[in-house]
Ligand binder design. Sequence first.
Ligand SMILES: [Mg+2]
Length: 431
Amino acid sequence: MLKSSRVLFQCLSKHIEVTVRTALVTRKVSAFSPNRKCQYHKSADKMDILFCDYDFVGFDLDCTLCEYHVSDMARMEYDVMADFLIGRGYPSDKLKLGLDGFGLDFIQRGLILDFQRGNVLKLDRNGGIMKATHGTKVLDPEVTVEVYGRRTTNCPFLARIKENMLSAWEPDCRSRYRLLLDYFDFPAGLAFARCVDHFDERGETDFTKCGEDTLAVLRYMYNRDHFADGRSEYFKRMRAEPSKYIRRSDPRLIVWLRNLHRKKRTFLITGSNCDLADFVATHSLGPDWRDLFDVVVCFANKPFFFTERRPYLSVTNDLKEGQPTENLSLPGIFSQGNWADLAHLFCVNLNKPEARGLYFGDNLVQDVFTPLKFGCCDTVAVVEEKNEDHPSREAVHSEFWGAMHARGSWWGNVIEIYAKASIPSMNALPR
Ligand SMILES: [Mg+2]
């Protein structure tokens, strides 16, 4: 895939082309985009996607265009989580076991927390349980099948999530399960498991409180108001030492984006509030980051940005949300909004009745599954776990769970089905 990535960059200055494996794409097209006219160009052993088939190209920000020093960030995040949970009465000797050795190996994105049962689950490609723990202790496979059924058929909530992953956001699912989908919430798997171990030792049999407290810590850490008001220890530490946590992008990526911007309409869609997005993008892409995009959308509420029609809000010069606006124009920065209006804006600007989009993102539900499933655009998955030489390898890879995107795993299957291609890093593209 690295070879393919080089092709993409080299051809940007010519006709802009990316090559991906034939078998993978063929299956995706036949299974999931029946109504879309896909313009692929087959050859004997490969299939080329012409970048010039796309009119507008967009990106997620965190862990897509902006990479983090994942090990340092995970340690800091876990530390903040542990302090919060100790404040809620959990024992410090259990929560403060730290994030080295077993702790670091236990965390992984893509895991599912089952609050009531106190279990942490990794699904296989069919929705069965690939591996499970109760707290931090491995669950016997026979017990797992007994509890959940062979393909988690005994568990209607999980069945709903498997049927449509957006179900995980419905209130009754949210209060009972949590999908850990990125490098911001993934240490919560360990924090939750250690809380469950504590409840186990006390002889408790319902672990819902551990789940509620885990959700509470995530709300406290990532509440968008807390970046400005300083109430989140996570944001405080991030602001104090940005270069410890945020990686400066490869200058060649900036040049690549600048070249792309000359040839295509480009956009950024991030779930972060405008002030946080500006902070992160400035430290990764530089102070002129907004010049790289025609449209920037903050606090976008993915995945529902792609499925609902939330209005756009203007953004003031000091990066605060303003009034609802229907006056979208290029270049612009907005808050909230929706995909349908963005696509329409590009169509009008390009003077085309239809325009095709391509979107790069790391979140396999919000950035990869949803845009394709709901017919918005094609997607490219950014999967840092694919980088065997990742500088934060000890945090990104897990011997305990096996690879997040392993063949035969749920997320490996999602990538295979919904992404046109997958790459380990945006920074690898221009190399
Ligand atoms: Mg992201």
